[in-house]
Design a protein around this ligand. Structure first.
Ligand code: NAD
Ligand code: MG
Length: 394
């Protein structure tokens, strides 16, 4: 069996760290051949010392010298590069056959597309890229002829519950896809209760340990909105065939509803190593370091409808999906600006949905033509979001 050469884009993050944990358990199957981080050279150098990749890349070019010094001090001899173009080139290049797309935000788009276009096995965690450019990503995958295996736990669950052979909703007897949502740290609270919540409270997720951006997205339910859009593209599911149910225990990761009344679910601990191991080894199964799930010890599984009046972001994401064109890219860009402002303390929690809604109103959807026009629209949406922010909140 050939050893898979894996590029871990976003190696120092939450998904990156979990990926490297799984890789380290199976040296006979996988090797981390390329490691990428944004600015955290100290963490990246430590990973290089342990995993000995062929190439280490720091996206922030001003940090390259620092990375070179740290690697030399640690006695690590590997190629070093920097800048966004180097990340994209590595995703498409000869040093890897598998790419874990685990950069956070729109910054992950180009490398995700490059991996798809060159037919690598693409393990997609970076949901923002498919939300922005779903059609373009699917076209790139067709062009490259490689696999996309979802790493997002809900989509990985659905992937496992669908019949084999790339089935889609509406065919193969599939009636509905049901995404589960934990509800985040503010589940059960009303708007009156959310005016003054802090970034620290929003990032204290009850079940999952994740990066700060996705943690805030989970608190607003925008994460579930982005995942509805992601499911639409990955499984070619019309919006009306995608449902969301809140499941606070986060043990059922999502379900597929079939026309005969069967619902298939995938269960497991809320530990991303399960989805990552599944995606790395598919169609085989490998040990992921995750203990078996003791259902009797957990006792109960609860389900409830999401409160979209309080958590408006979920409804906004459905609206953007139905609007079509580049509306989901506008939604994503506005949300990234809003989350950044919330984390910086310049936008209140409830302002995130308000800001996204305003930007969607100001910029009606246009057809998606190519990556360049999409990048221009992403920039336009960010400008519009910053304007709203200045006018309304500063
Ligand atoms: P994180 O903030 O913990 O890590 C982000 C990683 O991306 C870091 O290694 C950082 O250095 C790198 N990075 C940031 N900007 C970059 C840039 N411009 N160029 C290159 N590298 C850059 O984030 P995370 O929680 O690991 O999430 C990563 C992605 O996976 C997000 O899209 C998120 O929505 C998705 N995801 C995460 C989880 C989870 O459990 N954490 C679950 C499902 C999906
Ligand atoms: Mg998820």
């Amino acid at each position: 069996m050939a050893v898979r050469q894996v590029a871990v884009l976003g190696a120092t993050g939450s998904i990156g760290t979990s990926t490297l944990d799984v890789i380290a358990r199976h040296p006979e199957r996988f090797r981390a051949s390329v490691l990428v981080a944004n600015q955290s050279t100290e963490a990246l150098a430590t990973l290089c010392e342990r995993f000995r990749p062929d190439l280490a890349i720091v996206a922030d070019a001003s940090m390259e010298g620092d990375l070179v010094r740290r690697l030399a001090a640690a006695g690590v001899r590997c190629e070093v590069a920097s800048g966004a173009d180097a990340v994209t080139a590595a995703a498409a290049g000869p040093l890897c056959d598998t790419v874990v797309a685990a950069i956070v935000g729109a910054a992950g788009l180009d490398s995700t597309l490059a991996a798809a276009r060159t037919g690598k096995r693409l393990l997609l965690a970076n949901k923002e890229s498919i939300v922005m450019a779903g059609e373009l990503l699917l076209a790139a995958l067709r062009e490259g002829g490689g696999d996309l295996i979802p790493v997002d736990s809900e989509h990985n669950a659905i992937f496992q519950c669908l019949p084999p052979g790339r089935p889609v909703a509406g065919r193969g007897g599939v009636r509905r896809l049901v995404l589960t949502a934990s509800g985040g740290p503010f589940r059960g609270r009303g708007r009156a209760d959310l005016g003054t919540v802090t970034p620290a409270q929003a990032c204290a997720h009850p079940k999952w340990s994740m990066g700060r951006k996705i943690s805030v997205d989970s608190a607003t339910l925008m994460n579930k909105g982005l995942e509805v859009i992601e499911a639409h593209h990955l499984f070619q599911a019309p919006p009306e065939t995608i449902d969301v149910v809140v499941h606070p225990q986060s043990l059922v990761h999502s379900l597929v509803d079939y026309v005969d009344g069967s619902m298939l679910a995938q269960l497991g601990h809320p530990d991303m190593r399960t989805a990552i191991a599944c995606a790395l080894a598919w169609p085989e199964r490998i040990e992921a370091g995750v203990p078996p799930l003791d259902l009797a010890a957990h006792g109960r599984l609860d389900f409830e409808a999401p409160d979209t009046d309080t958590f408006r972001c979920l409804a906004l994401a459905f609206d953007a999906l139905r609007a079509g064109g580049d509306a989901t890219a506008i939604l994503n860009a506005a949300n990234e600006v809003a989350v950044e402002a919330f984390l910086a303390g310049t936008l209140p929690f409830l302002g995130i949905a308000e800001l996204v809604e305003r930007v969607l109103e100001e910029l009606p959807a246009k057809p998606v033509v190519d990556v360049q026009t999409l990048a221009a629209r992403d920039a336009e949406a960010r400008r519009a979001a910053r304007d709203v922010l200045r006018r309304a909140y500063c």
